[in-house]
Unconditional design. Sequence first.
Length: 323
Amino acid sequence: MTVILPADPAAIAQAATILRAGGLVAFPTETVYGLGADATSEAAVARIYAAKRRPRFNPLIVHVAELDQAMAFGALEGDARRLAEAFWPGPLTLVLPAAGSRISTLALAGLSSIAVRVPAHPVALALLAAADRPLAAPSANRSGRISPTAAAHVADDLGGRVDLVLDGGACAVGVESTIVACLGTPTLLRPGGVPREAIEAVLGRRLAAAAPAAGAAPLAPGLLASHYAPAARLRLQARAVEPDEAVLDFGGQLQGWATLRPYCDLSPAGDLHAAAARLFAHLHALDRSGAPVIAVASIPSHGLGEAITDRLARAAAPREPAA
Ligand code: TXA
Ligand code: MG
């Protein structure tokens, strides 16, 4: 049985006690729910990898309460510092040269860089303050599954493998943080909750693209595998719906099928923020309908659309055999 508690001050205090004792707590952030553990404890971090069945070469994001704290773990200078000042607290993760030695080497997967962010969700910030330590927290789903944007998703996917789930309602952003490597030229490793355009406006230039896996440039190790997979197959850029298909619409393009099939519209008004916030919940719901294929309407690729189309492309990618 998984314990789910509304994220009130008493539950947050209980969660902090669990974390300080080396336990696992799932908690809401503005992007998705995270599976948190004390980032300074090798044993606690090992439990994250076991619960998620995550390969150990895939490093974790370290969450801290404020910018000054991030400086204890990573070199936050120049472009990185400008981005942190502009977007923290918020859905931006910066990959920095690691500094100091307090973070578990398992959390860093042995790399000499560290991914850090200051989340904007009040529950996440209260938990970081109460635990009084950095928290390693990947998305609170089993490796390869859709990220959770509600406490119930966490319980469905990780039930029994986490000591406590703090329920803070639905996540407002709904897609994971944007990851930018600042190890030289700022490089976009993963589109996410902060649109590329906003980051480029602060930098005054374009973000570099992550080189393919064979290149020397950094690539988020977790992005090598196909990811975010529902059980159903996804068919992208659908302009019509086939028999047996469920429908993930955007802006009402496929609304003619709304009463005939399992149907969700990410945003009838065509708003990309609303669409990002609903993306994973709608994928979960359509997947549960049992349809073998989900037809997905075309979605613009600007602003938050870049993160949405990235996640959909991953969900549509050919599956590797379960590891
Ligand atoms: O919004 C988010 O970022 C959520 C919430 C919980 O904060 N977390 C999240 O974590 O999405 P996760 O583990 O699902 O994705 C983290 C990604 C992985 O693809 C990992 O490979 C990459 O960050 N990453 C972590 N450390 C890295 C590093 N030093 N260099 C490059 N990529 C790194
Ligand atoms: Mg994840």
